[in-house]
Design a protein around this ligand. Structure first.
Ligand code: URA
Length: 447
């Protein structure tokens, strides 16, 4: 294999064959193709994209480089959800036990916080004792017993993706739609799913800010899922404001516990229940989102969804007493209320500002390996469109000390705008399947 010639072909806009991709990626995995050649190739992909056949070959090679979660003894249908990431985006912690309590297995492989966005693993690890690093055999056992397991990617699953992602991270090649799609789908398809629901975020706090880019990413991932026999559907959801009220690891877990008792904020419940209903349909357990919602409603009101979460926490080494007593979660030393500075209508709660402030407070990472403080963050009760009066408490900062409190109050000042009028921003704008794009509501373009 003449690697420089392949790099040049890709750089000049040509396509590589499926066999060529397989050989390149396998040699890179084995260490016989050096980082500098793979980095050059990735940059060529960043600028030139991947043709359909190339995309399939890259994703398939990454998937085949590791093991897959085998079907369990219980032989239940399997579904999962993937979100492209946001601020206050805690739906995984709610819908995983919720869907499992409806009889569909959820073998969820999640990630850590990335930039200004939070990560499911970090949120879960704010539960004292909770382990997200289970080996595949132990994860399979928890899945079989409880119907849900919540873990991170291990060296056993899609290891080529793991090595490639680390290289992309330091070579400016993360933001390539086909590489993102192949990376995400190689891990999700290793779960042996019947159905996958993608929550593609759009808006100023999302990784992709424009709806058109989000639709393209969704369609790329759907093509990969369907090619592997996994029914894949995407919802485009708004990330032009934090989702729910709590932003920060332990605070978000507490909000999830409320949600599993049917007391979550309306926006969080709307997005989570739409995704959960799609999961039941994608898994083949329900014929339509409407009937799925009935089953989900019963699981919530009966307390089964919350009980399933407690069992997952216990099986993964966590203190399940947090379900009854959220005060057992890490608590911030300093809490300060933020007041509205004028009468008016909230026109903006900028999620990126909030996400960056959580990192600055110590609740996220600036460098790989940073330890995080799970107790810090914000609870923002005011939503765009809410009428507020001067002096009314509309948010709180949870910090380690006075300096953190000052930083948090300044971030809220920056993030929250109060004006005289606010346009409405729909939460769920598109439903995308292999059959096409359904426009559910007209999204607002980011400013
Ligand atoms: N998450 C992933 O797993 N891969 C990407 O490329 C981007 C986000």
């Amino acid at each position: 294999m003449l690697v420089p010639a392949l790099i040049e072909r890709k750089r000049n806009g040509g396509a590589l064959g499926a066999d060529e991709w397989r050989e390149l990626l396998t040699e890179y995995h084995q260490g016989t193709l050096p980082d500098y050649q793979m980095a050059a190739l990735l940059m060529a992909v960043y600028f030139r994209g991947l043709a359909e056949e190339e995309l399939q070959a890259v994703a398939r090679t990454m998937l085949d480089s590791g093991r897959r979660m085998q079907a369990g003894a219980a032989a239940r249908a399997r579904a999962d959800k993937h979100s492209t990431g946001g601020v206050g985006d805690k739906t995984s912690l709610i819908l995983a036990p919720w869907v499992a309590s409806c009889g569909v297995d959820v073998p969820m492989i999640s990630g850590r916080g990335l930039g200004h966005t939070g990560g499911t693993l970090d949120k879960l690890e704010s539960i004292p004792g909770f382990r997200t690093d289970l080996p595949l055999a132990e994860a399979a056992d928890v899945l079989d017993r409880i119907g849900c397991v919540l873990v991170g990617q291990t060296a056993e699953l899609a290891p080529i993706d793991r090595k490639l992602y680390a290289l992309r991270d330091v070579t400016g090649t993360v933001e390539s739609l086909p590489l993102i799609a192949a990376s995400i789908m190689s891990k999700k398809l290793a779960e042996g799913l019947d159905g996958l629901v993608l929550d593609v975020k759009t808006g100023s706090g999302a990784f992709l800010t424009e709806p058109d880019q989000s639709v393209t990413l969704a369609q790329t991932m759907i093509a990969l899922g369907e090619a592997e026999g996994c029914r894949t559907v995407a919802l485009l959801t708004a990330m032009d404001r934090p989702l729910g009220r709590a932003c920060g690891n332990a605070l978000e877990v507490e909000e999830c516990l409320m949600a599993l008792q049917g007391q979550g904020p309306a926006d969080l419940m709307e997005v989570t229940s739409a995704l959960a209903a799609e999961m039941l349909v994608a898994a083949g357990a329900e014929a339509s989102p409407d009937t799925a919602r009935e089953r989900l409603g019963e699981a919530l009101t009966s307390g089964r969804a919350l009980e399933t979460f407690a069992r997952i926490i216990d099986a993964q080494g966590g203190n399940a007493a947090v379900v009854e007593d959220p005060a057992l979660l890490p608590q911030a030393d300093a809490v300060e209320v933020f007041e509205a500075e004028r009468d008016g209508v909230v026109t903006r709660v900028e999620p990126r500002t909030i996400g960056r402030a959580i990192v600055a407070l110590g609740g996220g990472r600036s460098a790989v390996g940073d330890t995080i403080d799970p107790s810090v963050g914000f609870v923002i009760t005011a939503k765009p469109g809410d009428r507020v009066t001067r002096g009314e408490g509309i948010a709180s900062v949870f910090a380690r000390d006075d300096a953190g409190t000052r930083l948090g109050l300044a971030a809220l000042q920056d993030a929250i705008t109060i004006g005289d009028d606010a346009g409405s921003t729909p939460l769920i704008t598109h439903r995308i399947t292999a059959a096409g794009v359904e426009l559910l509501a007209t999204p607002r373009r980011s400013a």
